[in-house]
Write a protein that binds this ligand. Structure first.
Ligand code: VG1
Ligand code: CO
Length: 542
């Protein structure tokens, strides 16, 4: 029976870069999930009889949150919920299902790369009918609603058995528990040359894919091992666990150190790859050759035509502002448009919908295309496999060729995690106050051409957003960028991004940190970061 339950608002339900993210004990408070889900539905119109996709990355509290969301969806008039078996659906797979089933939208239960478990993180994100993350005007409206909510609607009903595929009824609503992988696997088969990749594996080409105990395990096993014939054991940590085996499901040099070590060995696999908690990020490492996500975007842009789904070329490419300019040079050579957008996948979606761009990427290991409206970890791995199969070269050879042709953008990001929020905000403000003085200033023979706070106007829907990162752009094109993370759950995380270009006839074989050490020193000199934050070294270097 449908009922209305009184509730009182929580003041901390503001969605960040990628939805609402908090510690599990916060989510487990009475009515916390209910308030947020009802607030989302209150901001949508026309949901009566519509389909909603629900799935998560399998972390602790996934099943509880899904059962609550199903009851609230039924009480609010949705006609059908589609949920992945075991409560599992990767973020790109939710995006695909929204698009292919004509759903109204979807709920993704995940805190992505953040750790899981009873004391770990949880998150909820709403995606709209195009399959993409809710745009800012909707997340702002949802937040406003959470601040005044006084009741939610739910229904008295038994929990759904999420463990078996089947069809159930909750009130007037149908709930379909489906295989989380098959529709996604079909899509990948349409985009990539599975025969060529199969032949690559058959030739003895060795790959390791680390699912990090998170959602991509079942996807990678089905696609890489069962359909493409990679030997069993290609997929590591392939069974999703509630606490990700006690690790952070974050494919970066700290949390995937074992994979990097494996890839750097002289007799290591030809390709090592990994994805994050919800399956939207990727890590690509050739034997002895890590590929920075910014370079990966550029290589994919230059080679996408080798994959059947992109045979006719690409319309344009987009990157987030802090992503290096490597893709810009490919776009120029191909004669296609390059768009720069703020951090967060939602900013790519209007461009994708308008057909302006085909490929998008973020320096944070997110790459994707117009096949869905999210970044897609396994897609990036399959794209690389397709390119490797078509070019018959190693990852290192492909990267060297690329740099020799387009030049090299040396690029690195330093993260300072869980620092004092006030100190981080003061540091940013102090730089804002000095933009006038910094513009034109010269440091060690480098002149700052532009110092500003990145603001963006969407070329399609004309929406505006500001304070998206402090940029110091030098006359030679080098950049120092400071941003505060919108996905952390404790204190603040400062991200410092540095990028400089070395032309094709320059020195292309420097070690990355050495190539950028002058700019990092300058970043510290200008911001006073180490002293203000009381940190001598970054938490993570990517
Ligand atoms: C980070 C990344 C950003 C990415 C976001 C969500 O955001 O920098 O590029 O889109 O995570 O990724 P922030 O605000 O912490 O810098 V995920 O894998 O959490 O969906
Ligand atoms: Co993610």
């Amino acid at each position: 029976m449908t009922k209305t339950v009184s509730t009182t608002p929580y003041d901390d339900q503001k969605p960040g870069t990628s939805g609402l993210r908090k510690r599990v004990p916060v989510f487990a408070q009475p009515n916390y999930v209910e308030n947020f889900v009802q607030s989302v539905f209150d901001c949508l119109s026309g949901i009566e009889g519509q389909t909603l996709i629900i799935g998560g990355d399998g972390r602790y509290y996934n099943a509880e949150a899904i059962q609550k969301a199903i009851r609230i969806a039924a009480a609010n008039g949705f006609g059908r919920v589609i949920v992945g078996q075991g409560g599992l659906l990767s973020t790109p797979s939710v995006s695909n299902l929204i698009r292919t089933t004509g759903a109204f939208g979807g709920l993704v239960l995940s805190a992505s790369h953040n750790p899981g478990g009873p004391d770990g993180d949880f998150g909820i994100k709403y995606n709209i009918g195009n399959g993409g993350p809710a745009p800012e005007r909707l997340t702002d409206a949802i937040y406003a609603r959470t601040q005044i909510i006084d009741s939610y609607r739910t229904i008295d009903s038994e929990d759904i058995d999420l463990g078996t595929q089947g069809v159930h009824r909750v009130g007037e609503m149908t709930v379909e528990v489906i295989d989380p992988v098959s529709a996604y696997a079909d899509l990948m088969q349409e985009l990539f040359d599975f025969d060529a990749i199969r032949a690559l594996f058959a030739s003895g080409f060795k790959v390791k894919f680390d699912a990090m105990h998170a959602v991509t395990g079942p996807y990678a096993k089905r696609i890489l091992e069962e359909e493409l014939g990679a030997p069993p054991g290609t997929v590591l940590n392939g069974v999703p666990s509630e606490d990700f085996g006690g690790h952070h499901p974050d494919p970066n040099p700290v949390h995937a150190a074992h994979l990097i070590e494996m890839a750097m060995a002289a007799d290591g696999p030809e390709l090592c790859a990994a994805s994050d908690g919800d399956g939207d990020r990727n890590m690509i490492i050739g034997r002895g050759c890590p590929v920075s996500p910014s370079d990966s975007l550029a290589v994919i842009t230059a080679n996408a035509h080798l994959a059947p789904g992109y045979r006719d070329g690409i319309a344009g490419v987009a990157r987030s502002m802090p992503t290096s300019g490597a893709a810009d040079r490919v776009a120029e050579a191909l004669g296609i448009d390059l768009y720069e957008v703020p951090t967060g996948w939602k900013f790519f979606c209007t461009l994708l919908d308008a057909g302006r761009v085909t490929i998008c990427g973020e320096e944070s290991a997110g790459t994707g295309s117009n096949h869905v409206r999210e970044k897609d970890g396994l897609w990036a791995v399959l794209m690389w496999l397709n390119i490797l199969a078509a070019r018959h070269q190693s990852v290192a050879e492909i990267l060297e060729d690329h740099w020799r042709r387009y030049g090299r953008n040396y690029y690195s990001r330093h993260d300072f995690e869980e620092v004092d929020k006030g100190a981080a905000e003061d540091m940013m403000q102090a730089m804002r106050d000095r933009f006038g003085e910094l513009t034109g200033a010269e440091f060690d023979g480098r002149r700052i051409a532009q110092a500003d706070d990145y603001a963006y106007r969407d070329p399609i829907d004309r929406s505006e957003t500001s304070s998206q990162g402090i940029r110091l752009i030098f006359e030679d094109g080098a950049r120092i960028i400071f941003r505060l993370s919108g996905t952390g759950t404790v204190g603040a995380t400062v991200r410092l991004y540095v990028d400089r270009f070395e032309p094709a006839d320059g020195d292309l074989s420097l070690e990355t940190q050495a190539a950028l050490s002058g700019l990092f020193a300058l970043a510290d000199e200008i911001s006073g970061l180490k002293q203000r934050l009381g940190r001598s070294d970054p938490t993570v270097i990517t």
